[in-house]
Ligand binder design. Sequence first.
Ligand SMILES: [Zn+2]
Length: 434
Amino acid sequence: MGYALVNGHVLDGTLDENGQMIVHDGWAVIVEGELLTAVGELSTADLYGHEVVDLAGAYVLPGLINLHAHLPATGKPPKANAKPVDYKRLFDTLSKVPPALAYFMSMEKSSARNQLLSGVTTLRTVGGVMDHDARIRDQVNAGKALGPRMLVCNTGVSVPGGHFAGSLATEAASPEEAAAHVRQIAETNPDWIKLMITGGVMDASEEGEPGVLRMPPKVVRAACDQAHKLGFNVCAHVESPEGVRVALENGVDSIEHGASPDEEILELFRSNDSVDVCTISPALPYAIMSTSESHAPEAAKANGKVVMDGIIECAKACLAAGIPVGLGTDSGCPFITHYDMWREIYYFAKYCEVSPAFALHTATMVNARILGLEREIGSLEAGKSADLIVCEGNPLDDLTRLRSLRYVMCRGQLITDPKPRRQSKVDRALDRYL
Ligand SMILES: [Zn+2]
């Protein structure tokens, strides 16, 4: 019979010609099956035959889209004086876990579920263990598990000694190996292909190391050519200007994180139709927290600052040049939980100096376009998937209102009083930097 959501304020996710998101009072939202069938000023007759959900003055907006998450990790911060985590060993262990158990761990330990309960109705995962992400996606699609719509990379492609090599990515030592790895990953039914082109903050032991180019241009080229030939887009971890240049010169479609670009790099973005995915969340704890709080080495603090500045400069320069900029959290990294998309939206407005309306539009409509799903998701319009969230106050006045929601709906399935499993320590630590 479907739902009729009434007595709410509707933010449909679109911007008007002045860049404003209009608050539509007196609008209703009608859901039938998995779809929105009407959004607008409706008569009582239109509501007939639907279960009426009285929003009592709450705000309804499109479900959030998170472009960057790693399901196997929880975002738990390191302990004081902890030995550095041996990720390779950890993921080596994980990769030996039978698929059924791995699925149980990922779902019950609630990565995908937490994303959904925090308002993320579409999630792109960009580096996991083997084909576990695709299995979780398929379980969700079959209605056997609670989670958002998912687009997955499964495991990524790195190089020996590169970012996440041997854990969330395989090691390709040559262009031929890279192409072969892409073909193997393609067999596991992914939606995108992920490359690890430069180093990252977590694997840098010295200052100035995070963005060091690890993947040779020819390897990037071979992987991208093979992925494109098989019909996949390529997203890539890059944290230095040189890395961004090599990625764009060799076919990468989506630059994850980014770094301060020059004119030539902006021209490469334009001529390739590539996009930038801004992820302030993973760099911020390193860059801003004291090392006594982040429990990160001094080098990671300095590197975190370089990376955070680069991410912000890349997003700002792309926006100014008319290049699409999307948003993702990098959930799974230390301090980045699976229920924190609202923080990335908040940081984007704060550090990239965009309006709350533009930040929300980015987390919905722009991200939908980056995924090529703008006809299905990203705004509240008749004919699109019934993906929406309801929060108590106007998020345009205060983006932190997105942190707890009254309802989440994904593909027409209504979740009342959604409660992600929270990590109070992480919340307290990050709230100090709002
Ligand atoms: Zn990542």
